[in-house]
Write a protein of this length. Structure first.
Lengths: 290, 331
């Protein structure tokens, strides 16, 4: 019996542990687009582009030309340059705000799900209040008092994301904390901190990370909506949302002014979702087990 | 009965508040385990075996109320500070759970889980901890231990996983190992291997062990003493050979009769114990086995029999009509 088991085991070990899965063209296209957007956003100041804020009233809504590759907007500013600089805003806000939500919400949710009791009631209660509060009013109030800035915008969007992250983390922690491996860790003399950080966090981080990528996509859209409404980044800084908003005014004469930033946003959000899904499927070591 | 007492459970009662009322999971249980000895705790599902093991480890659900005394190595576990208790767990007390699918963390490699447990209790650097982990995995019969360290639990079979769980439990050389249904989730051929492994490691490390199981076949020949539990109480307790030779409690008899026998003719129906255990939220006034006992008389319904010594003080049972007394009178 024992020898039989040995043979089977050796065979299993000799096989590669991680089988390369076909990632597909779509995944690589998404990665390519993301890399491109990131690179362009990072190197925007050194790229040979015209200034995104210089106006040229003689060349308003100029068509595509050698001088302006994507034409100019309603105030004669270079559309390509504005798109590139808009990507910086969208990415900074789109990445930083969910990181705030992930850190705060994840920590609160795990503590609430693990310790339960009064702490959990307090956390869940206050998150419900935050969820019930109209987000647009909050954004209006904060920008009215603290002023419009990228930092304020990021903080607002980050705080608004906390309840959702908290709920995901708490739900995952609740089911995991009852599992035997947590009791086994306690039986082996692990501290609460160790159980939270070493036993639970590696499990909770998987759904949280998937949710984070979704959060990035949603935040990019929300930042766009806020900028569209004039609550986002202050002009003349360009962001994709504010560009769509400005393009709306000339939708009948030059529809490309609204559609190009919309297309950039669509592709970026789609790429984040695609990559997020694929990465989650690849890195999840639980694959069907359990 | 050589060696001094390592663990003594004295008058332990566990109450769990439930929506349907108070559930008495463990009812005035007394047990002792000597250093290096093996105790089997046998009983059907829901009889309080697991709650008893959790009570010993002080890992009961938060709402549970525990009374009595649990003395381990001269210390009362119930009065120990959380910090001292934490140090004791793993270092002196370890546990192997029923289901190796859930008792290992699914997203950490075997190596991480072993090495971290080692470093938690023993001051080892990474290299020493890794070396020790490989030794432990080899000791529990895992082939190619070096490669196994990088694998995740789901990449191992159930038997392998249970071996890893045992390796983790043994990692800090505990004085007492509690094996809570260690083989229930495994198939029969692997069961024997795991039990042999536990017995071998127990002898080698001279540790005491409590095997909790619902299978009398598991405790036979592998334990020094057996305690049979029913509805939260110990109903019979005896050195293993005595228990199988001359059991006194009708419940033990019924349990043994329900084991399939190799020498029985094919298609012999197994004598099952009719009825079901009493609702633990509504304790009976009399003997809790009385409703299912074929020897039960009026007195059994009205009074609870105490755990009393039979011929030797080592053999105890709780029954007004122990089996031998019946042999001539009833049948």
């Amino acid at each position: 019996m024992a020898t039989l088991e040995l043979d089977v085991a050796e065979e299993a070990v000799s096989q590669p542990v991680r089988k390369g899965r076909r990632l597909g063209l779509l995944f690589w296209a998404a990665i390519g687009w993301m890399t491109f957007v990131f690179a362009v956003a990072v190197f925007a100041p050194v790229l040979p582009l015209p200034s995104p804020t210089d106006m040229d009233m003689l060349e308003r809504r100029a068509p595509i030309s050698a001088e302006h590759w994507l034409g100019t907007d309603g105030l004669g500013r270079d559309e390509l340059s504005r798109l590139v600089h808009g990507a910086r805003i969208s990415l900074v806000v789109g990445l930083c705000a969910p990181i705030i939500g992930l850190t705060l919400g994840g920590a609160l949710g795990m503590l609430a799900g693990y310790f339960r009791g009064r702490f959990e009631s307090t956390v869940v209660g206050s998150m419900d209040v935050l969820l019930a509060f109209p987000p647009l009013i909050l954004a209006l109030a904060v920008t009215a008092y603290l002023g419009q800035s990228i930092f304020n915008l990021t903080c607002i969007l980050g705080v608004l994301g906390v309840p959702a992250f908290m709920r995901v983390a708490r739900a995952a922690t609740l089911t995991l904390a009852r599992r035997e491996f947590v009791i086994a860790a306690q039986a082996l003399g692990a501290t609460h901190a160790r159980i939270l950080l070493r036993e639970l966090l590696p499990n909770v981080i998987l759904p949280l990370f998937a949710f984070f990528l979704l959060g990035v996509a949603v935040t990019i859209v929300v930042e766009g909506s806020l900028s569209f409404l004039g609550l986002g980044v202050p002009p003349p800084i360009s962001s994709w949302g504010s560009m769509i908003g400005e393009g709306r005014e000339s939708l009948d004469v030059a529809p490309r002014l609204a559609f190009m930033p919309a297309a950039a946003m669509f592709l970026t959000v789609l790429a984040f979702n695609l990559v997020g899904d694929t990465l989650r499927a690849l890195t999840d070591p639980r694959q069907g087990a359990l | 009965m050589t060696g001094n007492t390592l663990l003594s459970v004295e008058d332990v009662t566990v109450n769990l508040p439930t929506p349907r009322g108070n559930l008495r999971a463990v009812d005035h249980v007394d047990l002792t385990v000597g250093a290096g000895r093996t105790l089997g705790v046998v009983g059907e599902s829901g009889c309080g075996k697991t709650m008893l093991s959790r009570a010993i480890l002080q890992l009961l659900p938060k709402k549970a109320k525990l009374s009595g005394r649990v003395m381990f190595d001269g210390q009362d576990l119930l009065r120990l500070s959380p910090e001292k208790l934490r140090k004791l767990r793993g270092r002196s007390l370890a546990v192997v759970f029923q289901d190796p699918m859930t008792s290992l963390n699914p997203v950490l490699t075997i190596g991480t889980q072993l090495i971290e447990t080692l470093q938690e209790h023993l001051e080892l650097d990474d290299a020493a901890a890794t070396r020790r982990s490989v030794e432990l995995l080899a000791a529990v019969g895992i082939p190619a231990p070096e490669q196994r360290l990088a694998q995740y639990p789901h990449q191992l079979s159930g038997g392998m996983r249970q071996r890893v769980a045992i390796a983790i439990a043994l990692s800090c050389e505990p004085k007492l190992l509690i094996a809570d249904e260690p083989t229930t989730a495994l198939d029969v051929t692997i069961q024997a291997q795991i039990l042999d492994l536990l017995a071998r490691e127990q002898r080698r490390r001279h540790m005491a062990m409590i095997i909790i199981t619902h299978d009398l076949g598991v405790v036979a020949g592998r334990t020094d003493e057996v305690a049979v539990m029913y509805a939260g109480r110990v109903v019979e307790r005896a050195p293993t050979p005595d228990l199988f030779k001359k059991m006194r409690m009708p419940y033990t008899e019924a349990l043994l009769a329900a084991l399939p026998r190799l020498d029985a003719a094919p298609h012999t129906p197994l004598p099952a114990i009719s009825g079901r255990p009493p609702d633990p939220t509504r304790p009976l006034r009399g003997c809790s086995f009385a409703p299912r006992c074929r020897y039960a008389v009026a007195r059994c319904q009205a009074e609870k029999p105490a755990l009393e010594a039979a011929e030797t003080s080592a053999h105890q049972f709780a029954c007004f009509h122990p089996i031998e007394a019946h042999a001539g009178a009833d049948v």
